[in-house]
Design a binder for this molecule. Sequence first.
Ligand code: BDR
Ligand code: CA
Length: 310
Amino acid sequence: PIKIIIDTDPGQDDAVAILLALASDRLNVLGITAVAGNVPLALTEKNARKICELARKPGTRVYAGAKSPMERPLVTAEYVHGKSGLDGPQLPEPDMPLQPLHGVDFIVETLLAEPAGEVTICALGPLTNLALALQQAPQIAERVRQIVLMGGGFFEGGNVTPAAEFNIYVDPEAAKMVFASGIPIVMMPLDVTHKVLTTRSRLDVIGKLATPVSKAVVELLEFFERYDESKYGIEGGPLHDPTVIAWLLQPDLFSGRYCNVEIETQSPLTEGMTVVDWWQVTDRPHNALVIRDVDADGFFALLTDHLSRL
Ligand code: BDR
Ligand code: CA
């Protein structure tokens, strides 16, 4: 199996990504590191544990990482995810423990302990934990197999400002460090996540599994879609973060190209923007595989099949 660390700020779509990963026997989840993002850290780490228990994998190790971005105050998104970050279903308070180690230390220690080139990082929130790990131990950069991340947007623009997507906007300095790290990056921007929509018929197919997990997923996604449906006038909400896990499981569902991506950190107008050189109009080096297209029905078939295993 592929060894992964999931770095996350659950978040309903983070929750579905975690469930997808835990359902697969082709992924070995070494640990989950929580970061502040959609809601503060005290909620994201608890939400991660709630989801592990929902998946009946209480042995999964969950660590709390950074409480706030590297250089800025935290910006949260309760207007999308609700006050708890996981509004929708009634999930019990978790019994499983939070690991005592700091999430950033877990990332560093794991990368130093595992053979080089074996650990993939799945980044579903602001990139603070990863940047802090790189700052603390720069030698981990050459040991990471790849980072698959949800963040940014180019033809679609942003979802927090006209220019910036939430995960990058919250901690652009961290994103800048990660994109400059030399680690191979696969980027899932809004351009692709806005193509995997939780339409009524897709949710009905998941609901028909009639398991506690499928019921919770439908309730999570019914809550989550409300914001985007009213905002963008589309049917269903974009299922951003699960695209990261789906790419590892079935990369042929996706297509994109290798590009240069730079992060804007200075301009008040465009801070947090991912400047993607899609048309190769500069000779700046390629630092990411930028995904733009997806077989959305294939994606939902993969998701539904995996949820049926939990
Ligand atoms: C990203 O921001 C969060 O609200 C979601 O969980 C996703 O990671 C989408 O912009
Ligand atoms: Ca997220």
